[in-house]
Design a protein around this ligand. Structure first.
Ligand SMILES: Nc1ncnc2c1ncn2[C@@H]1O[C@H](COP(=O)(O)OP(=O)(O)OP(=O)(O)O)[C@@H](O)[C@H]1O
Length: 572
């Protein structure tokens, strides 16, 4: 099964997911864990047999020559060697079990992070915006490590279960009534222990929900740092109403969850002693156990206390893992995927026909775009203008195929854009939005493309600031306007059919604004590109071959080249 599909097994539960990741290694880890646990359990009958030699068989076995080590006489050397070998086996098997699973868990956690990033790539932009970054960051930085942590406790759980089973087997060998007695006490302990654990898990689930709010409020401290520093009252209110409220809820839920878990764990730790109490004060007498059998049963039960406590203790990380897994699965289920494209070959695009295009933001009633119809032509510059919130950027994101239309169609030449060919359509587009992201490295370019960087840096007046080192920019610590110019350089290098600029010139100085409108855009036009510009720079409307005016989501006017020029002379 391909690795990606194996990661998708996450929705079938933690254990299933692990098995799918580690194939034989998880099973091998369980087998070595079981054997290691049994070896550990075998130590107790070995010790008890060594100190109470009763049977003739045993006496025969012990009849041997004396052995000295460092001047000390070793009594029952055969038992001593067996003891040493079993210790060694327990040590090696338990370590191997943990090392094997740790390898699976670390790789599974890494696979999950990569999987989430791949899912983000396939997530439509509108859902990405709707879900918001906090949930993704919490999932990757909190849920994945919690799931990994709980999965890593599996060998410990298996080892301790085998120790308990092994010791119970020995108790059964000593006296079968004592086995039922101990089993009943353990069963009662485990069942009664589950009740508080269920409540504890509920509190952990609630605390996990608050963690998304904490993440969101920390984002405010990072991205709103300047605004917060300029007004102490704003900081205080934001801190109290967002961070402290979220933290308060998180801490409260964590503490309640922790209190219940720790009380339950302590109670769980007592179960072994409870069993000893029942044996010593009631069952031993009731079943007329000999003194030596009673001592052996009590010692064996004492030996159960540690493993039982470990089993109980591993339930807490497991519960937290279950909560994290649920949270991660909910997020994954909220992440629809765009269909995978069979080809990333750019679509031919000399003309774009927009017909009766409509768009509504998911879950937003207030704003509807469209229906709008117009055509974009190769070698033409189209400006989209209009007031704030009139729908220009929304229209740009529809044209650049980041949003899928609610109704209507977009056709590149005569090919209608569908979910199946949308990835190909995107390969014909280069876009710079107001929230653009600049990668330090020029990813996805051939070495030949980079030859033009030097001349573009000069054209964009960046050659004094930035240079290309290999395929990396020497710096991207630039002013906002300069960073946008660098984004324009990347866009130029891409050499696509359609160029979309959303208020690109808004933070350029007047000199460079002029360069952009009167040199760079006409140059793209001369190269036969389709250019779609969102902007408010009336002074340069004359550069447009087509002027689209938006108002409250409607396209209220389309002017062609000549009327654009008339418009400008009126404005002047
Ligand atoms: N991510 C979003 N989620 C939900 N609704 C949105 C989102 N972005 C914009 N809107 C809604 O769409 C409307 C149009 O926004 P859009 O960004 O397209 O306007 P615009 O014309 O580009 O404005 P501006 O000139 O201010 O950039 C807004 O009034 C808002 O109600």
């Amino acid at each position: 099964m391909p690795r990606q599909n194996k990661i998708e097994e996450i929705n079938k539960g933690l254990f299933h997911f692990l098995i799918m990741q580690g194939e034989n290694r998880v099973l091998l880890s369980i087998i070595t864990g079981v054997l290691g646990g049994l070896a550990y359990a075998a130590l107790i009958p070995l010790i008890l047999a060594s100190i109470s030699v009763e049977s003739a068989l045993m006496a025969n076995f012990l009849a041997e020559e004396k052995v000295f080590v460092l001047g000390y006489e070793i009594i029952q050397p055969k038992f001593a060697i067996a003891f040493l070998l079993v210790c060694l086996a327990a040590l090696i098997l338990r370590a191997v079990s943990q090392i094997l699973l740790e390898g699976v868990v670390v790789k599974a956690a890494s696979g999950l992070r990569v999987y989430m990033s791949d899912r983000l790539y396939k997530l439509p932009i509108q859902e990405l915006e709707q879900i918001g970054p906090s949930r993704f960051i919490s999932a990757i930085t909190m849920d994945v490590p919690t799931i990994a942590g709980s999965a890593a406790s599996l060998p410990n759980f298996v080892i301790n279960i085998s120790v308990v089973l092994g010791v119970l087997g020995y108790i059964a060998f000593l006296d079968v009534h004592m086995l039922w007695t101990v089993l009943l006490v353990i069963l009662f302990g485990v069942l009664s222990y589950r009740i508080p654990m269920m409540f504890g898990q509920k509190f952990y689930a609630k605390s996990r929900d608050s963690y998304d709010d904490i993440q969101e409020s920390v984002r405010g401290f990072i991205y709103g740092a300047k605004e917060l520093k300029l007004k102490h009252k704003r900081y205080q209110e934001y801190r109290d109403q967002r961070l402290i409220t979220a933290e308060g809820h998180y801490v409260k839920m964590q503490l309640w969850g922790g209190r219940i878990f720790y009380m339950a764990i302590q109670y769980g730790n007592l179960v072994g002693f409870l069993a000893i109490g029942v044996i010593v004060y009631a069952a031993g007498n009731y079943y007329s156990l000999s003194n030596s059998t009673l001592v052996s049963v009590v010692v064996a039960t004492l030996y159960l206390i540690g493993p039982l406590a470990n089993i109980m203790n591993s339930i807490m990380p497991y519960s937290q893992g279950v909560v994290a897994l649920k949270k991660l699965n909910t997020l994954i289920n909220d992440m629809p995927q765009e269909p995978v494209s069979e080809s990333y070959e750019p679509l031919l695009c000399d003309r774009i026909d927009i017909k009766e295009l409509c768009y509504q933001y998911p879950g937003q009633e207030g704003f509807n775009l469209g229906p709008v119809s117009f055509t974009l032509q190769r070698g033409q510059i189209t400006f989209a203008i209009g007031g704030n919130g009139s729908g220009k950027s929304t229209l740009a994101k529809l044209i650049s195929n980041h949003y899928a239309p609610s109704e209507g169609e977009i056709a590149f030449n005569d090919t209608q854009i569908t979910p199946e060919n949308r990835w190909q359509a995107r390969e014909s587009i280069s876009a710079i939005y107001t929230d653009f992201f600049l990668f330090t490295k020029l990813y996805g370019f051939a070495q030949d493309d980079l030859g033009k960087v030097e001349s573009y840096l000069k054209k964009l007046a960046l050659h004094d600031k930035v240079s290309l080192q290999g395929d990396m920019f020497s710096t991207i610590s630039l002013s906002d306007g300069q960073r946008k110019r660098l984004a324009l350089l990347v866009s130029y290098l891409e050499d696509r059919s359609l160029y979309v600029f959303d208020e690109w010139a808004a933070d350029q100085d007047p000199e460079f604004k002029k360069v952009f409108y009167t040199e760079l855009l006409p140059e793209l036009k001369a190269r036969g590109k389709i250019v779609f510009v969102v902007g408010h720079d009336e002074l340069y409307f004359s550069q447009a071959d087509q002027l689209l005016t938006m108002q409250r989501g409607r396209l209220v006017d389309i002017q062609s080249n000549q009327s654009c020029k008339r418009e400008l002379s009126h404005a002047i």
